[in-house]
Ligand binder design. Sequence first.
Ligand code: NAD
Length: 483
Amino acid sequence: MKTYELFINGEFIPNGDREMLDVINPATEEVISQVPKATEADVQAAVDAAYEAQKSWGKLPAIQRANYLMELAGLVRENRELFARTNTEEMGKPLAQSMDEAGWLGDYIQYFAAMARHIKGEIIPSDRPNENILLYKMPIGVVAGIMPWNFPLFLIGRKVAPALIAGDTVVLKPSSDSPNGCYEFAKLVAKSSLPKGVINVVTGSGAVVGEALAKNPKVALVSMTGSTAAGKKIMKTAADNVTKVSLELGGKAPVIIMNDCKLDETVEHVYNSRIINTGQACNCAERIYVQEGIADEFIKKTIERFSKTTFGPGLGGTFDMGPMVNKQQQDHVDELVKSAVEQGAQIRLGGHKATVDGKGFFYEPTVITGCTHDMKIMKEEIFGPVLPITTFKTLDEAIELANDCVFGLTSSIYTTDYDTVMRAMNEIHFGETYVNREHFEAFQGFHQGVRQSGLGGDDGEHGLEEFLETHICYIDYDLKAGN
Ligand code: NAD
């Protein structure tokens, strides 16, 4: 069993008599590692280290910071398999998906390294003679990167890469369900030539360690990805110091399927958008609205497709799905399925917890029909391999149902009609909409939610903006002439 140590100011801090947290493999229910529970003093030490390091890191030319990022990307790529196995072991996803995710980590760091020469300010014409108005883009300072368990490797990239290229330094707090990959990353940081204190890692509960980060006055940005409930708490805590927050929160993605869609492709895209990561993705297809004319055929083909899903331990074979990340998540999915049945829906496939060789927090691939918009399963985030389906008559009705939701992260529509696409683009009120393709964002896009799905966003040039501060200067350049 591995034991990890806090990573502060370039050093691993001996655990001594610190309290430790068990990390469990959700496929086998075995304890695979222990990580330290950081105290408030540990968090302060990590923030202090990041704060001091930022003073010189922020002054380096961005292209020099990019060189460090490229070194890190190289180290991540050399260790791709180690990262993938660590990821699968601690959060359960199939190894092939972990290999993809480990690949994205290196690629994402490289993507932001290439932004070095694209951070630009502005020169704004003044109302006065002999004056320039210069708008600078500056580093924001210390970033607290608070992460969830569903994409633990990729999220390291999302927190670290834009921060570092912007000239910020980082304190990372991974989820207690999946901290190992982040500590393996810290080992590479320690090996690299990155200056001490630029990246720090602390672990522990959200209530203690997360809160301590969000309320620390030296933290300039809390960049958090996780549930809406935790995001709201962070906003309240950060409000005391008016600290900026960037929140990527939960979703309840509607999928609108029109009579004129390409049916087989649609079924395949919906399947991929629900089954990836065992349904534990913020942008997963969470609720289906299918037009009446095609509903029976869509349901039949969808049940056929979902029934072929294989699941098992991610390190024990080639499967479509692994387990749910933990027992609470498995219970949560099961409760939502039961609530749908109690409210009158029909389970057409699956609908039960499962084990493999008597172990693990698995859940059967599940298709539920006869759902209505008012059911709990159509309103709350499921975050599991469960597809609830309802029908509609007109596009107006579908758009209204889709928009009637506290979440506003991703959405999608399947149709071959140009007018329908354009109406949907203009009337679906979500941060992202996918047309005739599966749910998955690109590095160069902008991943963001409206309503209670978040504030701010990640990826691309707009995502980088979150990590920058604007400084505007008014320069009168005609002083010698006495004006
Ligand atoms: P979570 O909210 O339970 O935890 C996320 C992180 O926040 C963890 O590190 C946790 O310790 C920390 N945290 C919890 N309470 C805190 C507090 N009071 N103060 C400070 N930090 C606190 O989420 P999770 O269960 O790990 O992840 C699943 C959720 O994440 C889902 O809702 C999913 O939709 C969301 N998610 C969103 C995106 C996105 O980009 N919008 C991406 C991935 C996951």
